[in-house]
Design a protein around this ligand. Structure first.
Ligand SMILES: [Zn+2]
Length: 404
């Protein structure tokens, strides 16, 4: 049944963001309505100011949200939630000066997480994931992209994809989950090269799981020392043959043409992009592919941040995500990450909010949300503040209100 929220201190519509497809955004594109009202059931039916609420909606169940700000739902479009164990000692080693090699020799790195994840039984891993999702939701996130990728063998990658599907069904419709298949996350030691692993495990398992229609996107770690351009192209082609969307981890360590390749294949998003050159940026600006930046990872690793302005100024659709994972960003609050990186990225406030709402939704293939506009899905986040500006100002303070 339809209902009404009214007297909302600020209703942040992002309606121009929707019109501009999330590109070339100006501060005024936030589209803030003071003393706002919104009428909705599963879809948004009407948006405006409280005094202009049409008479036909006046008898609907109504809540007053004075002292609150309502924005399109916060979305985390890049997470690695299902994993066992933790890598705190590795992080400590790194802070104390150890390099990648020394960490690997001490038994750290991704293979440590693979061992710990694969030894977690189903019940334990599900419970860990549920807690992580609820914690992230407590900051205001309502839609999550969740990647597999810490199984790295046929049975365990299959188990992770099925586990994400279980979480997706369990949490719907309160939280939306998109299931991303990332068996091509790293190459296990027992394989002589990346293409052998791809052809013996990643592609055959994808072919087995595709008919179940539980995979929303296929992802690959297209980086030097991981998967090559040829591997990435082969996996993209296979996914597209199976009618599944694609994305990639690209250009994190060097510019290997990853963004260019992803946009050429019409990927939903390509992520990291710390080293993307002008060719890649230009290709992204002309494609639907979202440029997803992961500043938390740069903070965590002590690396320089991506050049966000270069993407924004060329008209790319830019998103920010947490990249929550055990090795390179053990931090899960995408809103705080975005607020903290905003001055470094030199994003205006509309670019900032669009990057974790509208554009992040598009990076997950959720094109029917991300703005408060008649006809779009009624997915939004509500904060107990008088104005939007307070949220980005108060680093580390959680103003999100659950249970309205
Ligand atoms: Zn990642």
């Amino acid at each position: 049944m339809a209902q009404v929220y009214k007297n909302i201190s600020e209703l942040v519509t992002l309606s121009s963001v929707h019109k501009k497809d999330g590109r070339n955004l100006l501060p005024e594109d936030l589209g803030i309505i003071k003393d706002g009202a919104i009428v909705f059931d599963e879809k948004i039916l009407w948006v405006g100011t409280s005094p202009k609420l049409p008479p036909e909606y006046k008898d609907l169940p109504t809540k007053s949200l004075a002292g609150h700000v309502l924005i399109p739902e916060i979305v985390d479009c890049h997470t690695h939630i299902p994993f066992g164990g933790n890598r705190a000692s590795e992080y400590a080693m790194r802070l104390n000066g150890a390099d990648y090699q020394q960490i690997a020799e001490a038994g750290g790195g991704i293979l440590h997480t693979v061992t710990k994840s694969n030894s977690c039984d189903e019940k334990e891993l599900l419970s860990i994931c549920r807690k992580r999702i609820e914690k992230m939701a407590s900051y205001g996130v309502g839609s999550f992209e969740i990647k597999s990728g810490y199984g790295l063998d046929y049975e365990n990658e299959k188990r992770l994809t099925l586990l994400i599907d279980k979480l997706k069904k369990e949490f719907a419709p309160k939280y939306q989950i998109k299931n991303t298949y990332l068996a091509a996350h790293a190459v296990p030691k027992q394989f002589k090269n990346s293409s052998t692993y791809l052809n013996e495990i990643v592609i055959p398992l994808l072919e087995e799981l595709a008919p179940l229609e539980i995979i929303d996107a296929v992802d690959i770690f297209h980086e030097k020392g991981y998967f090559t351009r040829e591997d990435t192209t082969a996996l993209f082609k296979k996914a597209q043959e199976l009618k599944i969307d694609i994305k990639s981890h690209a250009d994190e360590f060097n510019d290997n043409g990853g963004a260019l390749l992803a946009s050429h294949h019409n990927a939903l998003s390509t992520d990291h992009l710390m080293c993307t050159g002008i060719d890649g940026i230009q290709a992204l600006s002309k494609s639907r592919t979202v440029a997803t930046l992961l500043p938390g990872t740069s903070f965590f690793l002590g690396k320089s941040q991506a050049n966000a302005r270069a993407f924004l100024d060329k008209g790319c659709k830019v998103a920010i995500a947490s990249d929550f994972n055990p090795g390179s960003c053990h931090y899960d609050n995408v809103l705080q990450i975005a607020a903290m990186v905003a001055p470094t990225y030199q994003m205006n406030l509309c670019e900032l909010w669009a990057s974790i709402t509208h554009n992040a939704s598009h990076a997950m293939g959720l094109f029917n949300q991300g703005a408060l506009k008649k006809g779009l899905n009624s997915r939004f986040s509500i904060f107990k503040v008088d104005e939007l500006n307070q949220i980005t100002y108060d680093w580390g303070v959680n103003h999100f209100t659950q249970g309205i």
